[in-house]
Design a protein around this ligand. Structure first.
Ligand SMILES: Nc1ncnc2c1ncn2[C@@H]1O[C@H](COP(=O)(O)OP(=O)(O)OP(=O)(O)O)[C@@H](O)[C@H]1O
Ligand SMILES: O=P(O)(O)OC[C@H]1O[C@](O)(CO)[C@@H](O)[C@@H]1O
Length: 534
């Protein structure tokens, strides 16, 4: 038997800590005990010839019609077994048919089987003493499985395998009858347009008729806001959009009115909804899927995980992150030039990263010019013997200048962040650590020349670099394959370098965060010589 979930998530701010994350964690806890049913064993509830919608009872009717067989995911961890992290599916209520790509064996590339697996854990740790080893995954008292750093800060027992992503030989929707909707939500991230383009392109390849792919404007509110009507997305309409930053569809925070969204999905006869969003957007996607299930509306909801902060659990890296790091480095290099050209120059750069310091950490590592990196996951003191200022004093006397990189979520406790305000989505609005740091430094280093750079939105409003461009395409294609494969409530990503499908509820239990005990953070500390500031 697997151990109970252990949540151990230090976070700045309180906006969605209890509601957003807590609710997700509670839901996941409930699902630990949910009944499992292998995909292959699921009964087909709909007579093959019947029209898909016709057999469903009216929305919100009493429970007289056929049930949509949505299988809950597994978070149990039977040690040393073949068990897979199952994904919810609508297959029990749909009719299988051959993929249109069967004729040419998927362009010669073949198909992915439902029995193919991706390892969720790539390392077998000798013990909890090994670098990067985290929580024990079973409570039998003699656990020999430890979670690796991809589950930073969160000890959730998982099965060893995930479903491999990709095109299936059997599909569960008739492409000629599919209506699809695409929505982008939350903050910008390089690659949103690439994903939208990839989704439209793969839907069209499957044979979804031109005119049947709808672009929802300005995030979730676009489902029902009369001032932001959906647009038709064709291959032609999305031609070249990947060359631009931002999102063709627009985005927003807040506005996730489930009742209205589900009503519109039913009204418009949408069969597939693709939500390109972060932890919030994916939580929205999961909520939509659950509401659809409750109202017996057969529609697949697939998330494409997006986060400039790279804060999605389990996934190696979110799309756009590398692009953001690349751009962030430019600010760090500028800070280096400024600082090193001044007498006792200190360059301070603030980078995005609300709860997770991945951008600051990786940009610092890549740039090779940073002396101090401050991230939300690691507390710091400014003054005193071990404080950051005494270390900066030393750097200044040795090198003559210094560069400090600070993630926007760092030091929120010190900044007196008790009265945290929230944005429309419930995310904490942070105190400005950058300007605070600058003024504290000015007070402490009276003779220093402090140059402050806040590249802010510059790092996320740009087009993708090539690696992200390819990643976005593959994610988008896999999202479409997931929907045609009959899955719902799933998201996807690279896990241990392989693409797999993951239940949305599993990945939104908490934001992924830098592990202060992990190798990546400590590799940076070693390479720049940064001590602890506490
Ligand atoms: N728990 C939730 N249930 C339903 N909808 C949610 C939930 N949390 C957030 N949302 C909705 O999801 C959308 C996106 O959320 P949010 O603004 O937090 O961005 P995000 O997707 O997390 O991306 P980013 O990483 O840029 O912050 C918003 O419309 C928000 O209202
Ligand atoms: O100003 P906005 O668009 O609400 O978003 C800012 C936030 O969005 C992110 O870019 C992504 O969550 C954070 O790093 C940042 O704090």
């Amino acid at each position: 038997m697997a151990s109970a979930l252990v949540l151990n998530i230090p976070r700045p701010g309180t906006c969605y800590t209890t509601e957003h994350i807590g609710r997700a964690a509670a839901a996941a806890r409930q699902r630990v005990t949910a009944q499992q049913q292998p995909l292959s064993a699921r009964p087909a509830l709909v007579p093959p010839a019947a029209s898909r919608r016709a057999v469903l009872p009216p929305a919100r009717s009493t429970n007289t019609g056929p049930d949509i067989a949505v299988t809950n995911f597994a978070v149990e961890a039977p040690d040393k077994s073949d068990e897979v992290l199952e994904c919810p599916s609508l297959r029990g209520a749909l009719r299988p048919r051959p993929s249109p790509f069967v004729v040419n064996n998927n362009f010669g590339g073949g198909f992915v089987s439902d029995e193919d697996r991706v390892a969720l854990s790539a390392i077998k740790f000798a013990s909890g003493e090994s670098a990067g080893a985290k929580c024990i995954t079973s409570d039998d008292g003699q656990s020999d499985r430890w979670l690796e750093a991809s589950m930073e800060q969160l000890c959730v027992p998982l099965p060893p395998w995930a479903l491999r992503a990709g095109a299936r030989e059997t599909i569960w929707f008739n492409p000629a009858e599919v209506n699809a909707a695409i929505v982008t939500c939350g903050g910008l991230c390089p690659g949103l347009n690439d994903v939208v383009q990839g989704l439209v392109s793969k839907l069209t390849d499957y044979g979804v008729p031109e005119g049947n792919v709808m672009g929802i404007r300005y995030g979730f509110r676009g489902f029902y806001d009369r001032a932001a009507k959906p647009v038709v997305l064709t291959k032609q309409a999305v031609e070249g959009i990947h060359l631009e930053g931002g999102t063709l569809l627009g985005t927003s925070r807040g506005g996730a009115d489930m009742r209205q969204i589900v009503k519109q999905i039913d009204l418009w006869g949408i069969d597939m909804v693709f939500v390109v969003g972060g932890n919030g957007g994916n939580a929205g996607a999961a909520a939509i899927q659950e509401a659809l299930e409750k109202h017996k509306i057969l529609c697949s909801v697939v998330g494409v995980p997006k986060s400039i902060d790279n804060d999605i659990l389990l996934i190696d890296k979110t799309f756009g992150f590398d692009t953001a790091v690349e751009e962030a480095q430019r600010a760090l290099l500028a800070a280096k030039v400024e600082a090193s050209s001044a007498y006792r120059g200190i360059g301070v750069v603030k980078l995005m990263g609300r709860q997770s310091g991945f951008i600051a950490m990786q940009a610092s590592m890549a740039s090779g010019v940073v002396d101090v990196c401050l991230i939300p996951e690691v507390p710091f003191k400014l003054t005193g013997e071990n404080g950051m200022f005494s270390y900066l004093d030393k750097v200044l006397s040795e090198k003559g200048h210094a560069v400090v990189c600070v993630a926007e979520g760092a030091g929120q406790d010190t900044l007196n962040a008790q009265e945290v305000k929230c944005d429309a989505s419930g995310n904490p609005i942070l105190k400005d650590v950058g300007t605070w740091l600058r003024s504290e430094m000015k007070r402490h280093f009276k003779d220093a020349d402090i140059k402050y750079i806040d590249p802010s939105y510059l790092i996320r409003s740009i087009p993708t670099i090539s690696g992200d461009r390819i990643y976005c395409k593959v994610l988008a294609h896999n999202a479409v394959h997931a929907a045609f494969a009959g899955f719902t409530g799933v998201t996807m990503g690279l896990v241990n370098t392989h693409y797999c499908y993951l239940p949305i509820r599993t990945v939104i239990q908490a934001p992924r965060r830098v592990d202060p005990r992990g190798k990546t953070w400590n590799r940076l500390r070693v390479s720049i010589g940064q001590p602890n500031f506490y």
